[in-house]
Write a protein that binds this ligand. Sequence first.
Ligand SMILES: C[S@@+](CC[C@H](N)C(=O)[O-])C[C@H]1O[C@@H](n2cnc3c(N)ncnc32)[C@H](O)[C@@H]1O
Length: 271
Amino acid sequence: MAAAAHRAAHQLLEHGSIFSDPLAVRILGQDAELAARAAREQPARRRMRLFIAMRTRFAEDALAAAVECGVRQLVVLGAGLDTYAYRSPWGDRVRIFEVDHPATQAWKRARLANAGIEEPPWLSFAPVQFEQEALADGLRAAEFDPGQQSFFTWLGVVPYLTEAAIWTTLGFIAGVPGGAHLVFDYADPPESLSPEMRAYYDLGAARVEALGEKWLTHFEPQDLHSKLASFGFREIEDLGPPEIRARYFLSYTGPLPERGGHVLRATTVGS
Ligand SMILES: C[S@@+](CC[C@H](N)C(=O)[O-])C[C@H]1O[C@@H](n2cnc3c(N)ncnc32)[C@H](O)[C@@H]1O
């Protein structure tokens, strides 16, 4: 809900300048106005809002390029209220699998029905609790074809998982025989942040912990890259705060943190 509220507020406050999503407001129904009001009243929310808009734009741009090079399946891991499946430009050319915690998925489907957003024929749902169930089983039951080149997005999920669940999921993705592309986001370890970013992080961490959804896992970029390489991922493109600013926020002139949130793309295709 929080991520979707930021995307909706981005449409209403910044007119989707980083990430344009015609369904972001609609899927929230009456909650969209609340999201916009919270964004206006709490300017400190802007940093997270723009990060979420940026990570989704990064993922969708990478997906579009990969579809042109042969991707035929998209797996949205921890889909939440992500709307890509309902506005996909690819039609039957790209099958889409939304994987999520069973409770979140049931809640989303009820919201879609309320908003009058149709579930398209190219979309399948795979309810999976990452800490307890194998992604492979959930996708098999949804008729995912491991022989096809596939694209996985995993946005806003990794920090909530244990390292064990993260490695299991990465191992599965790396082993998809048809080849896999992957985009996910993660955060630098809190103890490595500047005092300003640490204070911002602590506020967010306290908020999610109070909701019973603690941030569990952070990575040192070099350690993560080595791990990804050991799984067989290549072409690792990792945008930390300086690279994100250079690519998406050149007009930003405020203080520039060196550490914070990252968005990363990697692939097994061509190896
Ligand atoms: C912050 S939301 C991000 C949602 C969406 N990807 C986005 O960017 O808006 C985190 C998502 O991870 C899912 N999630 C968290 N822990 C999970 C777990 N153990 N198993 C399955 N899904 C999980 C939640 O259900 C939720 O959809």
